[in-house]
Structure formats: C-alpha cells, structure tokens
Design a protein. Structure first.
Lengths: 650, 471
C-alpha cells in the first residue's frame, strides 16, 4: 500500500468528496416504491460543465488574499506608506496618476499581493485588441498607420469613442447579447421560425443602436406582452423558457430561471425550483443552500399569470410555421398552483392548507401590489435591484478580461458579496475584488445603465491596457488579480471576418432571401447556426470548427483543436484568399508589384495590424528574393493567417 | 465486514465536504503547465507522457485488451426494454419478442442483429448510476468520478488517461491520435492533460460520399503545404513555441503538429472514408458509420487505442414505443440503428480477429423507470441500469448480476464486491483490461494532491469486475 500524499493548499484541497450521494434522490436498490417524476435537466452542471472547466482556474479559493478583508486592509495601509527604498517600481508608483475606478482597486490589489503588473501595451497591441473587443473586427492597415503615427496624448480615448460609435460595435454586441439571451431557431424544447429569430435579433440591435438604457431593455424583455413574435422580437426571451412534457408550472419555472440567470447571475435558482438548497447546494453556494423551494416558487409566481401562445400562420395546415406570443391575465389568473405530480420537476403539493404560492421577490421580500401586473412588478424588482447592475457589469467584465470578478459569471452567491460583512469560515468572499465589483455596478447605475459608458470605463483603464506579455514569474493563481491581460482565441465570426476583411475578398451571404438582404460579415448573422453560404455548407463547417456554439446546449468555446488547425491550413475559405492571381482589388494582387519590403509591410499591416519585426522582415524578403516570387508572396500571406498572433487577441 | 458494508461505511464516514464550489480546487491544465514552467512538448508522435511522479499499489491487471470502443448511449436507454428486458404485459410491445437466447433474456425482435452476437457479449445487470441528471451523469460515465467533486472538473476523459498511458507504445509512423471521439461534440476532453491527449473529434455523415477527414489535403498539393509550414515556423516560432503571450498559443502549435500528420496520409482516407455498401451493412446512419469508422481505424493500426462513440437521445419521457408518433424518438427509431451499428461492428471485429483484443463497452448514463409507462407513455429517470461488454478477453455469452422481476432493483450483485456496480467500477474494468493499473496516482495534477485514475483507490473502494473474465 502506498500512502496518498495529502497536501493542504489553502483550506481547500484535502477533502475526499463523494458528492454523488447528494444527487441520488431516487434510490433503486434498497428503497421502496418509486415516485414517477423525472429529474429535471439540471443546467447548472449541464452545458455549463465545460464552462466550469474553462473558467475554473479563476475562481479557486487557492489564491489570492485579494478577497479577504485583511488583504484589503493591507492594501489600504500599504498604499499610504512611502515606497520602500530600492523598490523603485511598485505598482502604485507606476499607476499613481490613474483616477479610473478600475485601476484604483486593481492596482491596490496587485500591490497588496506583491505582484508586479505587466507593462502597458504598445499602440499596435492596443489598437488591435480594443478594435477586436469592441467591434469584432481587426483594424485596417490605414488605421494602424494613422493611429500609431498620431502623437496626440488622448488618441486612445478618441479611438475608443470612434469604435463605440461604429456600426461594427452594433454587430458585435448584438451577437454578444444574442448569445446571452440565447436567441436561436431551435433549442431542446422549442422552435423559433426565422422571422422570430430575425425579429429578436433586430430588437437587440435596435435597442443597442438607440442607446436604450439597459434596465429598460431588461424590463421589456421580462414583461412585454404581444401576440406575434414575428413583429415583437423581445417576446422571444420569455418564449425561450417554454418546456414540454409537464404542467405549466414547469414553463413558469424555466422562464423564471432564465430571468434569474440572465439578469441576476443566479443560475442556481434553477436548482432551487426543484428542491431546497439544503442538501444539494451546500458545497456550492452559501446563499442558495439556505433558500427553500417554496421561496423559489415566490419568484416563479410572478410568471404565473403569463400565457405563452403559439399561433400557426395557417391554422388549416398541419405543419404551418408559427409565431409565439405572451399575454398576462388571459388564460391564467390565479397564483402559482401547488398541484402537480408529474412533469419535469418534482411534485408541487399544498403546504398545509395553502394551495397556491404568491409572488414574492426572493432578494428583498417585495410583493406584487394588488392589481399590479405581476411580470411588470418582477421587472421592476429585478432592475431596481443592485444585483442586476452587479451581474450585468460582471458579464461584460468577464468578456473583456476573460475572467469574471465573480466567476463563472452566472453563479453569484448572494451571501458572499459584501466585503464589510464576510461569510463565516471556511467560506470566503466570492468576488476576486468585491469593492471593485460594487463600484463598477454603482458607476453603471449612475450612468443610467449605459452599456457604452461601462465599456468606455473598462477599455480606457490602465488595467485593460496592460500587456499580455509578462516578463516576471507568472503566478497563474493570481490571474484574477488582472495584472496581465489574458489572451483569447478569436471568436469564430471574428476570425472569419478578419480573413475576409484583410484579404479584401468578401463573401456574400443571404440574410433574408425573400427581401434580397445580404451581408459580407459573419458577425451580422442573426444566430451562430445555419449555412451562411447556402450552397454546400463549407463555410458553415469552417465557422463551427471554431466553436461558435448553438446558444443552447453548446456554449461558445475558446479551445483549440486539430480540426481548427486543418481548416486554417487547408480550407478553401483561407486558400481562396491567398492567391497571387485573383481580383485586382485583393490584398495580395494589389500589393504584388511593390518592392519586397513594402509588400511585406503591407501584408503584415493588413493581417496582423503591425509591422514585421526585423527578423520577420529579413526572412520574408529573402524568401521573396530567392524563390518563385508569386508563390513566396502567397506563402507569406498564408503564414500570416496561420500565425498565432492572428488567431488570438493578445 | 462485507465489501458492501465497507463501501457504505466509507461513504458514511466521508460525507461530501462542505467546501464551497469556489474553494474546491479548480484549474485548467493550461494553468498547470504554467505553474510547472514547462512547455508542452511535441506531438503525440514524439511526445511521451511528461515524466510524472507516479505511485501504484501494483495491482495485477488483466491486460487482455489492446483497444477499447466506448459507446455512450446518451439520454439513458431504458434497461428493461433492452439489456435487462422485462416483459410487462400490456406495456412492452409484443414485437420486441423477448426470448431466452443461450440463457440470456433478450429483445430478439428489437435487437435481432445483436442477438446473434450474444455469444460474444457479457451483460452486467447489477449496475447503478450515482445521479439522475443527464449531463452530470454523462460526464460521470466518461471520467469515472463525480464531475462536481474535487478534481472532477479537471479530470480527463477515460480515453485521455488511456492516451497518456499508451503514449510510450506508439510506433514510429503511427499518425492517428490515440483517443478518437466520434459523434461526441460535447463529450469530456483531456481535462488537465496536455492537448496531445485530447480526443480528436469527428462527426460522421450519413452519406459515404461525405466521409473522410475534411481538409487533410491542400489545394496546392503536398510539397507546397510542406513549404507553407516551413515558412510559417520560420516566422512564427518565436510566438508559438514557448510563447511570451500565453501557453494557449503553445497549445495551438501542438494541434498543428497533430494536424500535419493527418495530411496527405493514405491511411487517413483508408480508415476514415467508407463506401456505401459497408455503410448500408451498418445501417446507413451517422451512428452506424461511426461504428464502421471505428472498426476501420482500429484495423489500420495507426495508434488509436480508445474510441468513444456517443449515440442519443434515449431520453424517452414521452411515447417510448412510438404509439402516438412512430417517427419520433422511440425504442424503434433509436433501437434499429443501434442494433444495425453494434451488430455489424461486433461481427466485423470478430471476423477480422480484432475482437480478441478490442474491448467494447456500452452504457447509458442511468436507466429508466420500470413497469408500466407514465401518463405520457414514456419512462422517466432511474438509477438502476445495465452495462454491456464484448471482446477484449472478457468471457462472452453470460450475464452478471440480476434484478427483481420489474427491473427496478438489483437482487443479485453477481460479483465479488457484493454491491452494485458503479461507473467507477466500469472505469477500473476498462483500465485493467487494457493493462493500466487502476490504482495509479499521478502527482502532476495542478494541486499536487494526486490524481487517482479511479477515485479512492487507496481505500479500494472501486475496482474491476474481474468476473467478466470468468474468474
């Protein structure tokens, strides 16, 4: 027998856990008769499993001291002290002039942890990074040259303003919120016909375009009524909670769970709608472990007057397309009934003599007023809740930095958020920087829930503008201190559009065939599904290889794969764009007759948004001079599309 | 103390520790390699498993199987309509035709082709899942441990463990990844292991014309592709090898190495392309073609040792016998493709001699309710289930364990541990069959706590079902 070495890392690692037995609700072998109710699909461990793997490293209790009150106290004390002699380059020194909220908290945290931040980005890195992050596009060669030659001190903030005002910003963030709201034509439960998907997409786009305050958008998505999702895109959000195979309470529960996840970051409510937190979530979520199923019903009850309708375009045709609608106080006028024995979730039975459950907002105890529309009441409760702002800024932060301040971003633990009231041991505060999270949320509220204002605050921060290169010893435990920008592989659509744009050979895809509306950009597709080229699906396969997800059980992912490498090496989408013969306007043909060094420069600028390094220039020029020049030019362009600094945002 | 008492006492004495989700260790393997400061090396051609400190209890393994085909019936197949068939009068369709074949009760009407393979098959009917949540239990089946427990979310797929263990057995010139995942787009990956041991995922088309691995040739030809790759490395190695930006970029280079080995390689088309006649024998379905490709890949002897095939959905809460909607997902529309694919696979493996050293394992993530169907005409989730084995040295034509007349609970455990068989035991069985010591603990995990191939092996909580070998 060999003794297992037992290590103690933080307080965390020593436990042998057999949590499986927590989940064994129906015992087959020993116990008596079964209850014929199926376990619901538990989305917490469902498609999110991979997300937890992906995001796991960030959230661990292994690091960082950052979250403990003591560390924060240390930070406050330390920042008041003069620099230690000889230590001439502390984080605080470097960033002392910053007034940005983000930088104040992040650099305090870095200093408290004794961690040196990465150096600032250079202009090339910043331009490419922020253009990709805000608009999903890479900058053009002209933009690279003019931005890096611009000597005005405020050029970065000016750039940010122009990106926030660009049409591509709408494309990118329509895709982002389409992912968040799971706008798709098919999930495991329902079908949305293309007109519904398009209408939902247009609703998001128009809302972003008009600068609609985000709280208003949330209220509309939660509470708008109407009978036709072809015309009223926002109805689709509530429709997304429709589930079959059970009573209407199952539908209300799922709709409620979707609202809680999307707008409050509380995916655990879905668990609580089947069972109490106690005995299920004790190891996962301190707050949720104390919430009962009854209390969760209080949330669902806000949906209990809602009827989700399905109307066929031609009621005489069996398989006619249909649209969806939602209406209140039409078919359902009584509160959430405790009267189910079958379906997707365990039975709902009267509590003593109580046969229905009234609407009570879980986080405040607020009740709907007599005569008030329940969903409007819920929309009001949600959007006036500080947690709404906190969850929203955290989703956006997670996108820009790769790690949420609370991570994974839909697993908020309400009992572990307040830095002035930390949870009892062995729990720790959940956010890696709770004061920053609260400050960002407050700034968001102060801006009247202006998404652009939030993004402006983020990308103008010195924190966001740190390099992803790190020269010292990198301690990955401390990634959630944000002392270095983490790289991300480009989204599928970003990669597609970057190849199309830089090669100047644009594909054309039908958006709405009937109206002759087309697009050149994958980022303008209403959903990451389907076959944009409408012919053989080749581009569809290319886009899928980069894991754009399906807005249902497959989330967007950042992993690499052999298939991605094969596609970048050999797929026609790339190969057709690296030819030295082709349209005169294409990148390669247009530059082919320039002197070698100019050719090399222009290809680098267009594809990688930077000039070549001296070594790269030497290698490229000597290949062009020594070999078949046209072929070597093609080889060079192909190499640029296969370079890791093309495939990643760094 | 009996094995069963021992198991239950252990579980009682080791309740799930109340570490918060975020206080439990979480890491991606990338962060791990950043910690140890080691660039991930090479492709699977040259890259042996990084030397890890390893301990074992030196268990004697069976070591009778060279390969494993792991078929995961996602959505959870109804065990009492399939591998533990029970005739429920008035419920079970008569054309399932349950009969006793060579002493094994079998739905000969539903699965006629597999019925012919019963002499090769071993059925464990005393199996139970731990959980009734689809995705959780599916992950559980693939990693042989609780996905929600410590190390659960960085745990590699069983296939990745096989890949890292068998890396040293790869021969020069073998170009296929050790771990192949067919029709498993959302299956568990390599966990904290390097990208080298990740599953190579490929979905199979229904049509032979579309078969093969896409983009394994370049429109400009092979010599030119070599030039292209040379040029790429010339200017990109400073960023993709020991990248100053991120180990993510280094990982990406590993995928390129593996991808290059698949290009212009005749064995790729031989193994991954198929013709219509063969496809028809396997049922002309995506699942059938996965079985066909699995057979061809193993026959090619190109280094693939573990093949996962996922097939679903068996989640038949409604209308399980297709009485309302004959074309919906029901035992017929799913059962026939399963029978065609697995029946042909076992027949072909046997005729080619591959069955002797290829272990085929078939499980769902749990079972389904028994007796009469629900009001919706379906069957809901249930812990009791069955597992099917064939080939790889296990004794065919027998069953182990038995359930009560309804199929609801185990009445005969049928193996030495005197308790139900869990996914962890299936995992240990696969490792033992392949000559991998299931008590191995690797100390290269991100936490240094030791990654046990099968959890709690020090306590001998789980172990192989040795009875499959007739001992």
């Amino acid at each position: 027998m060999v003794k297992i070495r037992t290590l103690t890392l933080g307080a965390a690692v020593t436990g042998l856990s057999l949590a499986g037995f927590v989940y064994s609700q129906q015992q087959g072998a020993e116990d008596g008769p079964q209850i014929p109710v199926s376990e619901s699909q538990c989305s917490f461990f469902g498609p999110n499993h991979d997300k937890f793997v992906q995001a796991g490293f960030m959230a661990k209790g292994l690091s960082s001291g950052q979250a403990s009150p003591r560390a924060l106290m240390t930070a406050q004390v330390a920042s008041a002290l003069p620099p230690v002699p000889g230590d001439s380059r502390t984080a605080a020194d470097q960033q002392v002039s910053s007034t940005n909220t983000i930088d104040r908290y992040i650099f305090q945290g870095l200093q408290a942890a004794g961690m040196q931040p990465a150096p600032p980005t250079n202009d090339f890195e910043f331009l490419r990074r922020v253009t990709l992050d805000l608009t999903g596009k890479i900058p053009t060669a002209d933009q690279v040259v003019s931005f890096t030659n611009d000597s005005s001190p405020d050029k970065r903030t000016k750039l940010v303003e122009s990106l926030l005002g660009s049409p591509a910003w709408l494309d990118k963030w329509t895709m982002f919120f389409g992912d968040l709201y799971q706008n798709n034509s098919q999930n495991t439960q329902i079908t949305r016909f293309p007109q519904t998907v398009t209408a939902f997409n247009s609703y998001v786009r128009n809302s972003l375009s008009s600068g609609k305050p985000y709280d208003q958008m949330a209220r509309e998505l939660i509470s708008d009524q109407g009978d036709n999702s072809y015309q009223q895109g926002e109805l689709s959000f509530i429709v997304g909670g429709v589930v079959g195979g059970g009573p209407v309470q199952d539908v209300w529960d799922q709709q409620t769970a979707n609202i809680a996840t999307t707008f409050l970051g509380l995916a655990n409510l879905n668990c609580l709608l089947c069972h109490n937190g106690r005995g299920h979530l004790d190891s996962i979520n301190l707050w949720a472990s104390g919430v009962t199923r009854n209390q969760a019903w209080g949330m669902s009850s806000f949906l209990s007057h809602t009827y989700t309708s399905l109307t066929r375009i031609d009621s005489t045709v069996r398989n006619s397309p249909y649209y969806w609608g939602t209406s209140d106080d039409t078919r359902y006028k009584t509160d959430y009934a405790l009267n189910t024995t079958t379906g997707n979730r365990p039975p709902r039975q009267p509590i003593g003599t109580q046969k229905t459950y009234p609407p009570v907002y879980l986080l405040s105890g607020a009740k709907a007023q007599p005569g008030q529309n329940y969903r409007q009441a819920l929309a009001q409760d949600v959007t006036s809740d500080f947690q709404f702002a906190r969850a929203t800024v955290n989703y956006v932060w997670e996108y820009f930095f790769g790690i949420g301040i609370v991570s994974p971003s839909d697993t908020f633990d309400m009992a572990r958020l307040d830095p002035d009231n930390p949870p009892p041991s062995p729990w720790t505060l959940q956010p890696s920087n709770p004061r920053l999270l609260n400050a960002l949320a407050q700034d968001f509220i102060n801006s009247k829930y202006d998404l652009k204002s939030l993004m402006r605050e983020i990308v103008n921060s010195k924190t966001y503008q740190l390099s992803s290169r790190y020269s010292g010893t990198w301690n990955p435990n401390s990634a959630n201190l944000f002392g270095r920008k983490l790289v991300r592989r480009l989204w599928s659509e970003e990669l597609h559009d970057a190849v199309a744009q830089s090669s100047n050979i644009l594909p054309t895809y039908n958006l709405m065939t009937a109206y002759g509306i087309t697009t050149n950009w994958a980022m303008q597709l209403p959903q990451p599904l389907g076959t944009p080229d409408g012919n053989n699906g080749a581009v569809n396969n290319f886009l899928n290889a980069f894991l754009r997800g399906n807005r249902d059980d497959q989330p967007r992912r950042q992993d690499g794969s052999i298939s991605q490498a094969l596609d970048l090496m050999n797929d026609n989408f790339i190969m057709s764009r690296v030819k030295s013969t082709g349209p005169a306007s294409s990148l390669l043909v247009k530059n082919l007759n320039l002197p070698n060094d100019q050719l090399v420069n222009n290809l680098f600028l267009a594809v990688l948004s930077r000039y070549p390094t001296p070594a790269e220039m030497t290698a490229a020029v000597s290949n062009l001079a020594d070999g078949n020049r046209n072929q070597e030019a093609e080889n060079l362009l192909w190499s640029l599309y296969n370079k890791v600094d093309f495939v990643f945002n760094y | 103390m009996s094995e069963r008492d021992k198991y239950e006492r252990f579980v009682k004495n080791h309740p799930h520790h109340h570490y918060t989700f975020f206080n439990r260790p979480h890491f991606t393997r990338r962060r791990f390699f950043e910690i140890v400061g080691s660039g991930v090396v090479g492709s699977y051609l040259v890259g042996n498993a990084k030397a890890a400190q390893i301990t074992t209890q030196s268990q004697q393994t069976k070591n009778t199987a060279k390969n494993c085909i792991f078929i995961l019936l996602t959505g959870a197949i109804s065990h009492t309509d399939s591998f533990d068939v029970k005739m429920v009068n008035g419920t079970t369709p008569s054309n399932f035709n349950p009969a006793t074949v060579n002493g094994i009760s079998w739905p000969t009407g539903l699965f006629p082709k597999m019925a012919q393979q019963l002499p090769n098959m071993t059925i464990v009917r005393s199996m139970q899942a731990h959980a009734l949540v689809h995705t959780l239990a599916q992950a559980w089946s693939q990693i042989g441990r609780n996905p929600a427990a410590a190390l659960g979310d960085i745990a590699p797929n069983i296939g990745s463990v096989v890949a890292i263990e068998k890396a040293s057995e790869r021969q020069p010139g073998q170009v296929f990844p050790t771990f192949l995942a067919l029709n498993s787009p959302s299956g568990v990956g390599q966990g904290y292991f390097p990208a080298t041991y990740a599953p190579f995922r490929l979905n199979q088309p229904t049509s032979a014309a579309l078969s093969g691995v896409p983009n394994t040739t370049n429109p400009l030809g092979q010599p030119r592709l070599n030039t292209l790759l040379t040029r790429l490395h010339q200017i990109d190695d400073p960023l993709r090898v020991n990248s100053p930006y991120s180990t993510d970029m280094q990982d990406y280079d590993e995928f390129y190495s593996a991808a290059k080995n698949l290009t212009y390689n005749p064995v790729v088309s031989q193994a991954f392309s198929f013709n219509t006649a063969d496809s028809m024998r396997y049922g002309s379905t995506s699942f059938g073609n996965s079985c066909l490709v699995a057979k061809q890949v193993l026959a090619s002897n190109q280094g693939t040792r573990f093949i996962q095939i996922s097939f679903g959905s068996w989640d038949m809460h409604i209308d399980i016998y297709g009485q309302q909607n004959p074309k919906g997902n029901n035992m017929y529309t799913m059962g026939t493709p399963l029978d065609n694919g697995v029946g042909a696979l076992l027949a072909d493996l046997q005729s080619s001699g591959l069955l002797n050293d290829t272990l085929v394992v078939m499980v769902g993530e749990f079972g389904r309710t028994v007796g009469g169907v629900t009001a919706a005409g379906g069957r809901d989730h249930w812990l009791q289930q069955s597992a099917v084995f064939a080939g790889g040295g296990v004794q065919g034509g027998v069953t182990h364990g038995a359930t009560d007349p309804t199929g609801a609970m185990t009445t005969d455990f049928g193996w030495s541990r005197g308790r139900v068989v869990y996914p962890e035991d299936i995992e240990a069985t696969i490792y033992s069959a392949m000559g991998i010591d299931w008590t191995t603990i690797r100390y290269d995990d991100p936490f240094g706590r030791g990654f046990e191939y099968v959890p709690f092996s020090e306590q001998d909580l789980y172990g192989p079902v040795n009875e499959l070998w007739g001992s």
